[in-house]
Design a protein around this ligand. Structure first.
Ligand code: NAD
Ligand code: TYD
Length: 364
């Protein structure tokens, strides 16, 4: 088997992506396959959130390979690293839904903490065997969230890379733990790590348990739109393709061991997001009846619900020249249209596990 590349490195122009069948991972892979000549190996366990159909369009591309497996399976990870000799690992795989973490945190600890630990251990063993030149070039990029910083008051400045961690949900705590492990693997062993902490994403392929796709599909179908609490919790929304470009920029030029906050400079209360979705559906698929806004139903709040998130993205802009391209107005319009035009995808993901979850979650 051919090994090495023209510039003398033993690593190939291949990246190992974990969790690439999920929302952000599949957008990232599709974008990268278009943007450059890198090969991608995608390791995904295919939990309820993983949908290989997201990557149907590249399934036969010689630069793409899907491997069904768990990041916690160290033998499988070791074999993959030895076989593909990647120059980087981009680690998306996680349990990612706060509400699920409240009802059943076990999987969050297993994948986000133990799984990340297993991946780091195998990455360290793989990387330790390199000659010095390759050791410096290798990257372990860990994709994380703004939720590790906890909740902001109405007048607090946005989260910076130096903001103290204060995770409030089991999801946020599991991601914070994984961030700390990544940090320690650089500090202790010298593994060239990068960590990105990003705000709420929206766009194509997002599983309809999260706010925006859930509201689009409920509004389309004339179902109640469950807004938690008073609807005034604030999130900083970023279009997913912007997030993927930010990750690519960090992978290319980020300084090893650094963390980069990524956000949309786009803080909005939930109720405003839901009203916007309603108005877009009224415009794109007029129902002839009342506005979809009449479907808005305030429901019991999420326990421990963080009030406000906002990201200070000045470091990544200053160091790497990245800032979001999409405005919220254009991004949300594209997103609503995408869900309306991808009925088959929606049918696929809303059958099975998703329905059971909804039944369990909303039965009370
Ligand atoms: P997602 O839930 O849509 O996808 C997660 C993917 O990981 C799925 O394909 C799933 O099958 C896979 N996976 C889960 N456990 C696995 C395991 N043990 N081994 C291998 N694969 C496994 O998540 P997402 O929204 O695409 O988020 C991706 C990453 O980005 C996560 O680490 C998340 O914490 C982070 N993040 C998400 C957001 C957001 O708004 N969605 C914002 C900031 C950061
Ligand atoms: P979500 O998409 O679950 O992301 P996160 O909790 O990671 O921020 O939720 C975004 C916001 O929307 C959050 O404040 C919770 C709220 N929300 C609702 O009001 N109703 C819903 O049905 C959902 C899923 C979320």
């Amino acid at each position: 088997m051919e090994s090495g590349s023209a510039d003398g490195t033993n690593m190939r122009d291949t990246i190992l992506v974990t969790g690439g069948c999920g929302f952000i991972g599949s957008n990232f892979i599709l974008q990268r396959m278009q943007a450059d000549a890198t090969s991608v190996v995608n390791l995904d366990k295919l939990t309820y959130a993983g949908n290989p159909r997201n990557l149907e369009s590249i399934a036969n591309n010689g630069r793409y390979e899907f491997v069904h497996g768990d990041i916690g399976d160290r033998t499988a990870v070791r074999q993959l690293l030895t076989r593909h000799e990647p120059r980087a690992i981009v680690h998306f795989a996680a349990e990612s839904h706060v509400d699920r973490s409240i009802h059943g945190p076990d999987d969050f600890i297993r994948t986000n903490v133990d799984g990340t630990f297993a991946l780091l251990e195998e990455a360290r063993a793989y990387w330790s065997g390199f000659p010095e030149q390759d050791r410096q070039r290798f990257r372990f990029l860990h994709v994380s969230t703004d939720e590790v910083y906890g909740s902001l008051g109405p007048n607090d400045p946005p989260f910076r890379e130096t903001t103290q961690y204060a995770p409030n949900s089991p999801y946020a705590a599991s991601k914070a733990a994984s961030d700390h492990l990544v940090r320690a693997y650089h500090h202790t062993y010298g593994l060239p790590t990068l960590t990105t902490n990003c705000s709420n994403n929206y766009g194509p392929f997002q599983f309809p348990e999260k706010l925006i796709p859930l509201m689009i599909l409920h509004a389309r179908d004339g179902k109640p739109l469950p807004v938690y609490g008073d609807g005034k919790n604030v999130r900083d929304w970023l279009y997913v393709e912007d997030h993927c470009e930010a990750i690519a920029a960090v992978l290319r030029n980020g300084r090893a061991s650094e963390t980069y906050n990524i956000g949309g400079w786009n803080e909005k209360p939930n109720i405003e997001i839901v009203e916007t979705v309603c108005d877009l559906l009224d415009e794109m698929t007029p129902s002839g009846k009342d506005s979809r806004r009449s479907l808005i139903t305030f429901v019991k709040d999420r326990p421990g619900h963080d009030r406000r998130y906002a990201m200070d993205g000045r470091k990544i802009e200053r160091e790497l020249g990245w800032k979001p391209k999409e405005t919220f107005e254009s991004g949300i319009r594209k997103t609503v249209r995408w869900y309306l035009e991808h009925e088959e995808w929606v049918r696929d993901v809303t059958s099975g596990g998703y329905r059971q979850w909804i039944a369990m979650h909303y039965s009370s």
